[in-house]
Design a protein around this ligand. Structure first.
Ligand code: NAD
Ligand code: TDX
Length: 335
């Protein structure tokens, strides 16, 4: 079985590549990644010489390069490659449309041309928009994306659906809630707060800090995708989430407590434009149909994650010395 993983040098993709090599010793994995600011081959150091693993640097919007990769014979595609940060999409939407919509179409086209057995689109709960105080996102919830990021992900999802309906491509779409764990780029809330708190820097909280996200440990996302690849009914959407809703303020205070740092580091800053208030996933379909069960509970998962960032300071300090710093200065002034 030959699995093409796109975006495998990013946060979830790299965790997924490592997970799949462990779970399926007979699978060959081809990782295709453009190595944007978010792609980091250091994440894959532990398996870089694995006989069943290979890496190709290519952009998913480059139809010729993608065609060449499919010529090797690909059985399954899992598309993680994306521009993934909401704040960046507010500043620079164009690349989001290019990668998340056009890139998806290029992969779908190649999958159709070469006849894969399964195409899995890794999408997000953000395509459903924002919840009020009650209710959860179901697979049947209408798509109401509010940011350029989520709109571009929704655009990709609709193309996946269309390639199934029009050409019979065997697809699944997964929509997961917020992930946390090792190798998450320190522009996202949890690693940003851990790294800044460790250096006693101000911790920017958007708005009133009471926006709610539903958190899932990255390995549990990987196990769900593995199940969907093998057991998912063709053409279906599966929501993925572990019922762990927390306010941003709760997350930040938990990290401060764990690191033994003062709450005076918390700094309220201007709210994110179009900031979704609440996400909450109903994973019943995945649980009942495919028997998925998350392994990690949030209280231990967050502690393990904090410990990982403490033990891997070199990993994130190297990242922070690059383009990331420039980004921070542009958006909020010197923090
Ligand atoms: P990430 O930003 O850490 O990684 C994205 C990877 O894609 C990087 O390695 C980058 O180099 C690569 N990439 C970007 N543009 C590319 C292109 N044009 N061609 C080839 N490679 C390209 O993102 P992540 O957090 O690991 O998210 C992975 C996927 O999961 C995304 O599709 C995202 O929408 C989805 N998702 C993420 C979360 C989350 O909480 N992080 C939750 C649900 C869904
Ligand atoms: O500095 C910050 N301060 C802050 O208050 C940052 C970076 C974030 N926040 C808030 C905004 C959100 O309410 O924290 C929450 C989480 O923010 P992000 O980490 O940027 O994640 P989010 O916008 O929820 O999107 C994430 O989950 C869904 C991923 O980045 C997406 O790729 C995924 O689809």
């Amino acid at each position: 079985m030959k699995l093409l993983v796109t975006g495998g040098a990013g946060f979830i993709g790299s965790n997924f590549v490592i997970y799949m090599l462990q779970q399926h010793p007979n699978y060959q994995i081809v990782n295709v990644d453009a190595l944007t600011y978010a792609g980091n081959l250091e994440n894959l150091k532990s398996i870089e010489n694995h006989p069943n693993y290979s890496f190709v640097k290519a952009d998913i919007t480059d139809a010729q390069a993608i065609d060449q990769i499919f010529q090797q014979g690909i059985d399954i595609v899992v598309n993680f490659a994306a521009e993934s940060h909401v704040d960046r999409s507010i500043l620079e939407p164009e690349v989001f449309v290019k990668t998340n919509v056009l890139g998806t179409q290029v992969l779908l086209d190649a999958s159709k041309r070469y006849g894969v057995t399964k195409y899995v689109q890794v999408s997000t709960d953000e395509v459903y928009g924002s919840l009020g105080e009650t209710g959860l996102f179901m697979e049947s919830t209408p798509l109401e994306p509010n940011s350029p990021y989520s709109a571009s992900k929704a655009g990709g999802d609709l193309l996946v659906r269309a390639y199934h309906e029009t050409f019979g491509l065997p697809v699944n779409i997964t929509r997961c809630s917020n992930n946390y764990g090792p190798y998450q780029f320190p522009e996202k809330l949890i690693p940003l707060i851990i790294s800044r708190a460790m250096s006693d820097q101000a911790l920017p909280i958007y708005g009133d800090g009471l926006n709610i996200r539903d958190w899932l440990y990255v390995e549990d996302h990987c196990s769900a995708i593995d199940l969907v690849i093998h057991e998912g009914r063709v053409g279906e959407v599966y929501n993925i989430g572990g019922n762990n809703e927390r306010t941003n303020l709760h997350i930040v205070k938990t990290i401060l407590q764990e690191l033994n740092k003062p709450e005076s580091l918390i700094t309220y800053v201007e709210d994110r434009l179009g900031h979704d208030r609440r996400y909450g996933i109903d994973p019943t379909k995945l649980v009942q149909e495919l028997g998925w069960k998350p392994k990690h509970n949030f209280e231990t998962g967050i502690k393990e994650t904090i410990q990982w960032y403490l033990n891997n300071k070199d990993w994130w300090t190297r990242i922070q010395s690059g383009e990331y710093q420039g980004y921070q200065i542009t958006q909020y002034g010197e923090r």
